[in-house]
Design a protein around this ligand. Structure first.
Ligand SMILES: [Cu+2]
Length: 147
C-alpha cells in the first residue's frame, strides 16, 4: 500500500466518522417527524360552515340544552348534533329540540343523537327549547346579519 493510498483511506475514514453522527441526527429527526405530524390539527371549519354539538343535561333536577347560546353569520350552513344526556335509558327518556323560526323540531333519545342541517338565512335571535317540556331551559341562536 502506497503512502498516498493510506492518506486517502485516512481521509475517507475521517469523512465517514464525520458523516455517521450526522446520519444519526437525521434519523432521529425523521423519527421525531411522525409524532409531530400526528399531533391533532386545530379544527378548521370551511368558510360559511358552522358545526355545533348541543347536549340536553340535567343538573339539580333542572334540564338544560347546552350551550345556551350559539352564534353564526347569516348565510352560514349550520349543522347541529343533538345529544340527550339526561340520565335514564330507553325510549321514554325523550327530549325535544325546536327552533320554530327555522322549522326545526326533533325528538332526541339517549341512544339516538340527531343531526340537523340548515342555512341560517334569517338574521335575528331565535329561541331553542324542548317542545315536550316547556319548563326545560333552552337557549338562543344568534344569526348575525351579513355585512
Ligand atoms: Cu325535555
Amino acid at each position: 500500500m502506497s503512502k498516498a493510498m493510506l492518506k486517502t483511506m485516512a481521509a475517507m475514514a475521517a469523512v465517514a466518522a464525520f458523516m455517521l453522527p450526522s446520519a444519526g441526527r437525521i434519523a432521529a429527526a425523521a423519527d421525531a417527524a411522525p409524532s409531530a405530524a400526528a399531533a391533532p390539527a386545530p379544527a378548521v371549519e370551511e368558510p360559511g360552515t358552522r358545526k355545533f354539538t348541543l347536549v340536553s343535561v340535567e343538573v339539580d333536577n333542572t334540564k338544560f340544552w347546552l350551550p345556551s347560546v350559539i352564534a353564526v353569520e347569516q348565510g352560514d350552513k349550520v349543522t347541529l348534533t343533538l345529544k340527550n344526556q339526561v340520565p335514564g335509558a330507553g325510549p321514554s327518556n325523550q327530549h325535544g329540540f325546536t327552533i320554530p323560526a327555522y322549522n326545526i323540531a326533533e325528538i332526541v333519545t339517549p341512544d339516538a343523537p340527531k343531526t340537523v342541517t340548515f342555512v341560517a338565512d334569517k338574521p335575528g335571535v331565535f329561541q331553542y327549547f324542548c317542545q315536550l317540556h316547556l319548563a326545560h331551559i333552552g337557549g338562543s341562536l344568534i344569526v348575525e346579519p351579513k355585512k
